[in-house]
Ligand binder design. Sequence first.
Ligand code: ATP
Ligand code: MG
Length: 194
Amino acid sequence: MRLFAAVLPPPEQLDEIGHVVDRLHRLPGADGLRWTSRPGWHLTLAFMGEVDEELLPDLRVRLARAAHRTPSFPLRLHGGGHFGRRALWAGIAGDLDELRLLAERADAAARRAGVPMDEHRRYQAHLTVARARGDGADLHPFLDELGTFEGTRWEVGELALVRSNLPVSGVRGEQPRYEKVDGWPLGGPPEGAG
Ligand code: ATP
Ligand code: MG
């Protein structure tokens, strides 16, 4: 199955960015973009792609450990950005060092469990809200609106393992696009305690 590790913002923060994205939907050119939908909004930590079922038990143990080693930390959604003419995203502020460490630990967990992981690119935390079709699009009108957005902070308390279901034979809404398959609390009591 196609898997990735992620941070899932709580409902309140999704509401906040949801209001902004509703406004973006009404801007000229919005129909030309593919908008991601709110139930699937996430911050990717480590993308694994297709993972053999037999690797799952070890992967779970290692992700649990990665979560355990990371204390909970604050984040907020903040402004926006873009990857070229391709992707429009909400940005992230807060304890980005801890977020990056969690991403590295999730990556290492997958690698050690035997998942072939891509080489590291610089980790750029983001929440993708739209993608351009075809040759790309001018995303600046949307960035003007998104750029001033400031979300309220939340405390990241969980590392999630998410399944990505690619659309089946072009039938939209046939299945959930992203499904959380497991989650592990950050921090927690010291190992071996009790
Ligand atoms: P679609 O591929 O249909 O446009 P998607 O990119 O959201 O949708 P996936 O390709 O399954 O769905 O990716 C799941 C998550 O992992 C997304 O947040 C995506 O941006 C991220 N991702 C996908 N491929 C990579 C990659 N090679 N490196 C880093 N992150 C990736
Ligand atoms: Mg993709």
